[in-house]
Design a protein around this ligand. Structure first.
Ligand SMILES: Nc1ncnc2c1ncn2[C@@H]1O[C@H](COP(=O)(O)OP(=O)(O)OP(=O)(O)O)[C@@H](O)[C@H]1O
Ligand SMILES: [Mg+2]
Length: 365
């Protein structure tokens, strides 16, 4: 495990500066073939601070990819975003991302923010060597010389622990899955973005390769200072890489806080369920529990809290109130917020975390 690379002051480093990215009341709707609309992201507030890694976790279909695509203005044609996304450049100027057009929008997408797409390993052009694919990306945005392009590409490949000579002269099929994923990370960094959104960058990889990609991402963050939104349904990897976690359920962030608060003191019944469902890697499985039922259809959400039908804490009030994300006030936390009327009754029994050795212990965090 790589907990040695987790620094204990990760959260405090963001205290005295403004967020790099502020997302407010963010909503994404998709128009469907039948003319109806589906609200895939339903009013998300989230800040990303300089140099910070925020993990976005939650079950399949909860809106993680949609949120990532939406905030970089990369939604498919039938998707529409509203609310506000403010990006703060280093010179102090503020950009209203949802208002950007034409050239300004293209610049934002690469120079300010970039995305490593879910399942993108298969999106390489199979007939072009990696050097052409990297050069094309740079040439599309600036007029660097061939020498500069080669230097920049080589530096970034080294940063992601690949041997530039060999990789630049390879076709995508000549590289392993883990190598292709690292090339994608290097390509996303070509224009030196401040924000990197990584959508399930480890999902198709075996467990050892997953660890090496997480190690690489640690190093990328430490060496470049880039801020990351790390989308994953793998809680253990999120715990290793992130400073903060935002748990999504049915299009909303229902809990957010420092890694140690979310993994050791979760206060939303859904977060508790997610953590309890992580299998221990040694010993019996007596405490392993899944969350009953499945996520609701976005086209037909229950009234009040969307988690209510699966929740053992639900009361009549939960059917009429969809609680807002509010600070946890009954214990000290680091920006810990939860959207649950009954969070004061919700606690994770410590024994469960202790049987899950792949999640770092509180002392390691
Ligand atoms: N292009 C689209 N048109 C219509 N609905 C869509 C479209 N893309 C996604 N959706 C719907 O939006 C919801 C959120 O999807 P999204 O892909 O953002 O979830 P996710 O959390 O990334 O899931 P996964 O973990 O499987 O990647 C889903 O209900 C999905 O069916
Ligand atoms: Mg997704």
């Amino acid at each position: 495990m790589t907990t040695s690379t987790i620094s204990s002051d990760r959260v405090s480093r963001r205290r005295d500066v403004a967020p790099l990215l502020s997302i407010r009341d963010f909503v994404v709707e998709y128009r469907t073939g039948s003319g109806t609309t589906v609200r895939a992201v339903r009013g998300v507030d989230l800040d990303l601070y300089p140099g910070e890694v925020v993990a976005l976790v939650g079950e399949s279909g909860c809106g993680k990819t949609t949120l990532g695509l939406g905030l970089l203005r990369l939604l498919p044609k039938l998707g529409r975003a509203s609310g506000s996304v403010t990006f703060r450049r280093q010179d102090g100027s503020e950009i209203d991302v949802l208002e950007l057009k034409g050239r300004d929008l293209r610049n934002f997408r690469w120079n300010d923010a970039a995305m490593v797409f879910q399942g993108a390993q298969s999106a390489f052009n199979p007939v072009l060597k990696i050097n052409s694919q990297m050069a094309d990306t740079i040439k599309a945005h600036d007029n660097s010389s061939s020498k500069e392009i080669l230097e920049r590409s080589s530096d970034l490949l080294r940063l992601v622990r690949l041997e530039p000579k060999r990789v630049l002269n390879s076709y995508p099929h000549e590289l392993s899955g883990g190598m292709r994923q690292r090339v994608l990370i290097a390509m996303a960094l070509l224009l030196d973005p401040q924000v990197l959104v990584l959508d399930e960058p480890t999902t198709a990889l075996d467990i050892l390769t997953q660890r090496s990609v997480v190690d690489v991402l640690h190093e990328v963050r430490d060496r470049t200072g880039v801020s990351m939104i790390f989308i994953s349904h793998d809680l253990a990897l999120a715990a290793e890489l992130a400073d903060r976690v935002a748990t999504m359920y049915a299009g909303r962030v229902i809990e957010t806080g420092a890694v140690r608060d979310i993994f050791h003191r979760p206060r939303h019944p859904y977060s508790v369920g997610l953590i309890k469902a992580v299998p221990p890697i040694v010993g019996d499985l007596p405490d392993l529990a899944s969350i009953p039922g499945g996520p609701p259809s976005l086209a037909n959400l229950p009234s009040g809290c969307a988690f209510r039908p699966r929740c053992t804490f639900a009361t009549a009030e939960c059917a009429t109130t969809d609680p807002a994300l509010e600070p946890v006030t009954d214990e000290p936390g680091d920006g810990h917020e939860v959207a649950c009327l009954h969070y004061e009754q919700v606690h994770l029994e410590r024994t469960i975390v202790e049987t899950v050795p792949i999640i770092p212990t509180e002392a390691q965090l």
